[in-house]
Every structure is written in C-alpha cells, then in structure tokens.
Ligand binder design. Structure first.
Ligand code: NDP
Length: 329
C-alpha cells in the first residue's frame, strides 16, 4: 500500500519535492484492530500551516511520516467489535491507500443516505465549518445580507446554500467567470469575480449598495479590507480562514482601515471548527431538513490516485476546485 510522506518543512508555496510516495507493508489486524482500504482522502488548506514546522492550534506534521488528514474508507478485515468488513469508516489517518489501526481510531459512518465522500465535505467538518461561522459567529438572520468569500470552494459553496436556506440575501466572490456562473446555480443572489476587479469594495457596493450584515472570511488580505469597508453598522465577521496569506514566506502588511471596527461597532470573531463540535446535532438536523427539501447540492472536484494528493493540495491555492477537493483512491 502506498502513502505520502512530508520530507521537509517549507516556506512559500509547496512543491513536488516536498513529498515522497512510500510503499509500505499492510499488516493483518491484531486483536482490537481493523484493516481499511481508503476510498477518498481529503486535502485542506489548514494543512499548509502544519507543513511550516511551527506549532499553532495544531502540531506540525511529523517529517518522514504519513501526512495526517481526513479520509473515508471501507473495512476489509476486522478484529474490533462493532466493525465488520464492508462497513464505511472515517479517520484522520491521512494520505494513504490503506491502513491497519486500532478500531478506536476510526468512526463508523452511515452511508445509507449519503455517499462516503460526503462525510469529508458537506456532511463533515467542511459543512460544519460553514454552519458554525454562519449560525454561531455571524448569527445570520432571515432577510439579512451575507458576503461569502471563496464562495465556490468547499466551505463557501456549503455556506452559500445554508445561508439561502436560512432566508438570507447572499453575495459571493470567487475567481473567474465559470465559478461565478456556478455560484448562481447554487443560489447566490450576486456573484463577483474578484480577479476581474481591482476595486473589490466598489464591486461589493455595486451589488449590495446598503452593505453587508455578515462577512464570512475565507481569504484575508484584499477581501478583509473590502469587508471592513462594506460591513454595515453592527456588522459581524466570522474569521474562518485567510488563504491569501498561507503561502507567504514573510508576514504581510495589514490593512489601514481598521478604525472601521470601532466606528461601525463591528464584531469580528475567529473560530476553529473543532472547538464547536457541540453544535453538531443541530447541524445534522438542519442539514437533513434542507437536503430533504432539495435545497442542497453537494459539489466535489476529484483527482484520481494517491500520488495526486500533493497536486490536489496545491490546486487549492490555484483555485482548481469547485466544491470540496478530494482524492479518489
Ligand atoms: P476551498 O475549497 O475553499 O479551497 C480554497 C479556495 O480558496 C480555492 O478554490 C480558491 O478559489 C480560493 N483561493 C485560493 N487562493 C486564493 C487567493 N490568493 N485569493 C483568493 N482566493 C483564493 O477550501 P476549504 O473550503 O477547505 O477552506 C476554505 C477556507 O476555510 C480556508 O481559508 C480554510 O483555511 C478555512 N477553514 C477553516 C476552518 C476552521 O476551523 N476555521 C475549517 C476548514 C476550513 P478561487 O478560485 O475563488 O480563488
């Protein structure tokens, strides 16, 4: 079975030579263990932080070891009570074709209604991230206007559909006309190609002259600046991610319109989804209802083969994905 290892910590954009594909033996399961063949693995922007070798809210990746991360697979052999061959499971055991591990390191998923890969996307931490930002941090109300940045991505596309289901008006930004057309198909009231404008503030104002009540921050930099400009009085910002900065080798300068935070009495709160798992039951209830009402269309971009994982990961920074970026094993 093959797996992907990180060779060295990096500065700047990740390159092919930062990883190696390693062939490993797959041991038979001992008592309490299962052997799982992965079906899909997840590549996520937060992994870039773990490649810098610096401890943040999460430890850096170990060098010369498998890249950890979300994966869904099928049990092929089990010596763990509660799991049998054919069961689908989710794990954080990362970029590998298969593994033998303790049954306690995996979580059984119910794939009777949703395909396994949905648990890495809209029904998993990705969907939950969008939900936490909108429901708990922005506290979006029906009739309000929300701006979703990186709208065509995994969190963004989920969040747009959730905000529409909650009765909000949504303005979304993404790179390129094709992505903007896609934003309309998932319900965005206004779609703006941030690459086609050098004045994002003006573009948001043209779409929603009265401004936005909530801003879902996935990008940072130019988008953060435009958000401070266009948020209304008492506006709320959920700071979820700032992907525009993740590959910066040096810290970038900050925006000079920070005084709007005071003048407009803005509420800005960052969050990490894993600190909000208590909201999961509410999320699953809402998501099920919205899905049954036909309000949600999950989207995925899929690359084939474990050796494509680094390319899929780097593709996140080039915007190669619509919806959740996955690698099919
Ligand atoms: P996405 O599927 O959104 O992929 C990243 C997208 O970001 C790309 O498709 C690209 O879209 C856009 N992008 C990349 N580089 C830039 C840039 N320089 N400027 C503007 N846009 C850019 O990834 P996720 O949905 O997984 O993650 C979205 C955000 O949410 C990230 O910032 C991530 O770190 C964060 N996150 C935070 C979590 C938390 O707990 N706080 C949990 C999960 C994710 P385009 O073509 O439109 O540029």
């Amino acid at each position: 079975s093959r797996e992907i290892h990180l060779n060295a910590y990096l500065k700047g954009a990740p390159k092919k030579e930062n990883y190696s594909v390693v062939e490993t033996e797959l041991p038979a399961p001992a008592e309490g263990q299962v052997t799982v063949r992965n079906l899909y693995i997840s590549v996520d922007p937060y992994m870039r932080g773990r490649m810098s070798g610096i401890k943040t809210y999460i430890d850096p990746f170990k060098l010369g070891a498998v890249m950890e991360g979300g994966a869904v697979g099928e049990v092929v052999e089990s010596r763990f009570e509660g799991l049998k061959p054919g069961d689908h499971v989710m794990s954080m055991l990362g970029w590998r074709e298969a593994y033998t591990a303790s049954g306690k390191a995996v979580q059984k998923i119910d794939t009777s209604l949703l395909p396994p890969q949905a648990f890495l996307g809209i029904a998993g931490l990705t969907g939950l991230t969008a939900y936490v930002g909108i429901r708990r941090i922005i506290d979006l109300q029906a009739g309000e206007t929300m701006w979703m940045s990186a709208g065509a991505g995994a969190v963004g596309s989920a969040g747009i559909q959730f905000a529409k289901a909650m009765g909000a008006n949504v303005v979304a930004t993404a790179g390129g006309q094709e992505k903007c057309d896609y934003l309309k198909t998932i319900g965005a009231d206004h779609a703006i190609d941030y690459k086609a404008t050098d004045d994002l503030t003006a573009a948001i104002r043209a779409a929603v002259p009265e401004g936005v009540d909530g801003y879902f921050e996935n990008v940072g930099g130019t988008h953060f600046t435009a958000a401070l400009n266009t948020l209304k009085q008492f506006g709320r910002m959920a700071a979820c991610g700032m992907i525009q900065r993740y590959n910066d080798a040096e810290p970038a300068s900050i925006t000079d319109n920070l005084t709007f935070i005071v003048g407009k009495s803005l509420k800005i709160q960052g969050f990490i989804v894993s600190n909000h798992l208590d909201i999961q039951p509410e999320f699953i209830k809402d998501l099920s209802n919205w899905m049954m009402a036909g309000k949600i269309t999950p989207a995925e971009t899929i690359m084939d083969g474990i050796e494509k994982a680094p390319e899929a990961f780097t593709g996140l920074f080039a915007g190669l994905n619509k919806g959740k970026m996955l690698v099919k094993i």
